[in-house]
Design a protein around this ligand. Structure first.
Ligand code: MG
Length: 388
């Protein structure tokens, strides 16, 4: 059997490098057909050599020009811009596209890949939060599989395999609770950026780490789950599970719960997506049950995590509301990291932005992107009034 050809959009980020580690562990089953990044072309030199990649793309045309001029990519085709990312995703030999570009730059290339009948391993949240309607429609039309990389959704995907829809009562997403899970509520307004950047279990970028502390991340994941598994927000629960070992659960019709457990290491869900439906040893440490393992779960406190409530309301409102939530949250986190907003100002700015803008049902991707832009402008205008 020919190895399965993988294209990675977002090859230099943490999902991209973990994807390469998984490919490295299964050289007879997987190969890399194309790599795309935003602008860090030097980080592609090593992988291009190691995996003998013939085509790469850089979203930033200046970076593409620098890569071509460097002479570090002999015999490699270097594409650029959204068109370049799209070409990588749609290369004829590609079987699975790992879509891990941060922000909206991955939207058009990923939709094109689905239309070209590629399987897509989805890592960037924006795709489903902003364009769930279009992404799921494209996957259905192409008859391809959308495989979630996000650990919670990957867990649910695994749990749902081989089950009838009628067996599923509810989905339960686990959340670590973030850096301030146990802090007295009154102290939240004074937390520093450095404190917010300390995540108990996962090693992630600043945006996701802060989203984990506010649970905006879990709110986005409720919206993702709504699209991936075609269930209403009201049937998607969230439970705080500080150890991040149980990645999610499903509640079955009879009241039984089933869970997926593994160490908090993204190699597990990534490998599941790349090898699906095969299961093989994963190049990451396994849980050692010869050591004591305590697993706890508790309901999230709405007073501590208002972003979760706001995201749920956006999920119910539908249309462009999730895009507005996401854009306002990004602006708010940026302002917090820059010292222009207190931690508690994050949900407040999101709430005010959602209240200021009405959600509409989008008929095209352009309308979603317009709503995203409008929400960013509105949140930026409102932010100074909430400054510390
Ligand atoms: Mg997650």
């Amino acid at each position: 059997m020919e190895p399965r050809a993988i294209a990675i959009l977002g090859a230099t980020g943490s999902i991209g490098t973990t994807t390469l580690a998984v490919v490295r562990a299964h050289p007879t089953l997987l190969r890399v057909a194309g790599l795309a990044a935003h602008s860090r072309w030097r980080d592609l030199i090593g992988p291009v050599k190691e995996f003998q990649v013939k085509t790469i793309a850089l979203a930033d045309p200046a970076a593409a020009a620098a890569a071509r001029a460097s002479g570090d990519f002999p015999g490699v085709r270097i594409l650029e811009g959204t068109a370049g990312l799209t070409e990588i995703a749609c290369l004829p030999e590609v079987h699975t596209v790992v879509s891990a570009v941060v922000g909206t730059a991955g939207l058009a290339p990923t939709l094109a890949a689905l239309h070209a009948r590629k399987h897509v391993a989805l890592a960037s949240k924006e795709l489903l939060v902003l364009a769930g309607k279009f992404v799921t429609a494209a996957a259905r039309a192409g008859g391809t599989t959308l495989l979630p990389v996000d650990s919670e959704h990957n867990a649910i995907h695994q749990l749902l395999r081989g089950k009838e829809r009628s067996e599923i009562a509810r989905l339960v997403l686990t959340a670590s609770g973030g850096a301030f899970r146990d802090m007295p509520l009154a102290e939240l307004a004074r937390v520093t950026v450095a404190q917010a950047l300390q995540h108990p279990n996962w090693n992630m970028g600043p945006k996701v780490t802060i989203d984990s502390a506010t649970m905006a991340n879990k709110g986005l994941e409720v919206i993702e789950a709504r699209w991936l598994f075609d269930l209403p927000e009201s049937r998607i629960d969230v439970v705080v599970h500080p150890q991040s070992i149980i990645h999610s659960l499903v509640t079955l019709t009879d009241g039984s719960l089933q869970a997926q457990l593994s160490p908090p290491n993204m190699a597990y869900p990534i490998q599941d997506c790349l090898l699906f439906p095969r299961r093989l040893p994963c190049p990451a440490p396994q849980l050692n049950l010869a050591e004591a393992l305590a697993l706890t779960m508790s309901p999230p406190d709405p007073a501590r995590y208002p972003c979760l409530t706001l995201a749920r309301a956006a999920a119910v409102a539908g249309g462009t509301a999730p895009a507005i939530f996401n854009a306002a949250n990004e602006v708010a986190v940026e302002a917090f990291v820059a010292g222009r907003l207190p931690f508690t100002g994050i949900p407040e700015l999101v709430r005010q932005t959602l209240a200021a803008l009405g959600a509409r049902e989008p008929n095209a991707l352009d309308e979603v992107l317009a709503a995203d832009g409008e929400a960013r402008r509105t949140a930026s205008r409102l932010a100074p009034s909430l400054a510390r």
